[in-house]
Design a protein around this ligand. Structure first.
Ligand code: AMP
Length: 312
């Protein structure tokens, strides 16, 4: 492959990929655009592990249960392309709705059970059906062998793992660490909709998650969540949910399990933000050992993005 390429449908993408006779591994990074360092960290990881990486930019109407949310979702395609064109092993696909959902649609609906009924599933009815559908089709049409997703959207990650197993796709799903700003706010395309004051106020999300992580062992689940909600309510955001669940099944918290995750959703005025924190000590230690070895990756992502986003 020589140089960055852009496609607007899968037919062009597929015939281009067929010509790449020396390509053995193809990674997929699905996004909805308005790219930030979180997305870039997924692309960098995919580039480390694959010959070619397909980045899709597609604001998926099927996963928005609220039409205003879909209308207001940030769209900055020129900035996204300017950011990606420095990569010579990245192929960008910005497909139309008809290309992603053709009449002859290959997706067979997967029943998501509990995953679709609690937390994000409860507050955004139909959202995960839309996510499972779009990710299935992006995997299917791109023909990727690995696909990269952020732990920032941990329930989405479980839905995708479940969908991939149920659909029999032979794609490896790779989970990537959440990237945060220097104050702890998880990077998100929706942060572009926050002003400077709101940006600062949104930090209560990370503070609350850290409180849960630090106290759940000594205070127990009920007392920790009660105190965490009191702490959260000292800020200006309005809480939608704060729960501790199993990170794979999204069933109830289990004392002593290494799979517990605390998830939060809150509104900063009309901007909906989600975040989570893994409660396992093992993951915590792994996170810090990774942090020791990756500062140069974060630094290089940061430098690349600095010129594009006023918020980093
Ligand atoms: P989106 O464009 O919001 O649909 O996100 C595309 C992918 O980027 C998803 O797999 C997200 O989980 C991932 N992602 C979004 N924000 C972050 C972040 N702060 N750190 C790591 N991954 C992220």
């Amino acid at each position: 492959m020589t140089g960055f390429r852009t496609f607007h449908d899968f037919i062009g993408l597929q015939s281009f990929l067929k010509e790449q006779v020396h390509t053995t591994t193809l990674g997929l990074v699905p996004t909805m655009g308005a790219l930030h360092i979180g997305h870039i960290s997924l692309i960098d990881r995919a580039l480390e592990e694959n010959d070619i990486v397909v980045v899709t930019i597609f604001v998926n109407p099927k996963q928005f249960n609220n039409p205003n949310d879909l209308k207001n979702y940030p769209r900055v395609p020129e900035k996204d392309l300017a950011l990606l064109k420095v990569y010579d092993r990245v192929v960008v696909c910005m497909p139309s709705v008809d290309a992603v959902y053709p009449i002859d649609d290959p997706y067979k609906k997967v029943e998501l059970g509990l995953l679709d009924k609690v937390l994000e599933g409860e507050f955004r009815p139909g959202h995960f059906d839309g996510v499972a559908h779009v990710v299935h089709n992006l995997m299917y049409f791109s023909g990727s062998s690995k696909a990269y997703f952020g732990l920032k959207d941990i329930q989405q990650l479980s839905v995708i793992n479940y969908m991939v197993k149920s659909s029999g796709l032979s794609v490896e799903v790779v989970a990537c660490e959440t990237v945060r700003d220097e104050h702890g706010l998880a990077l998100s395309s929706r942060n572009l909709l926050l002003n400077k004051t709101q940006h600062h106020e949104a930090l209560i999300i990370h503070t609350t998650l850290n409180f849960v992580k630090s106290n759940i062992k000594s205070l127990g689940l009920k007392e920790t969540l009660q105190q965490a909600k009191v702490l959260f309510n000292k800020g200006t955001l309005s809480l939608e949910y704060l729960e501790v669940v199993d990170r794979e099944t999204f069933g109830p918290y289990k004392i002593g399990s290494t799979n517990n995750v605390c998830c939060i959703s809150a509104f900063c005025e009309n901007v909906r933000l989600i975040d989570n924190i893994l409660l396992s000590i093992v993951v915590y230690l792994l996170y810090f050992s990774l942090k020791l070895t990756t500062p140069w990756i974060e630094k290089s992502c940061f430098q690349r993005l600095k010129s594009f986003s006023p918020l980093v």
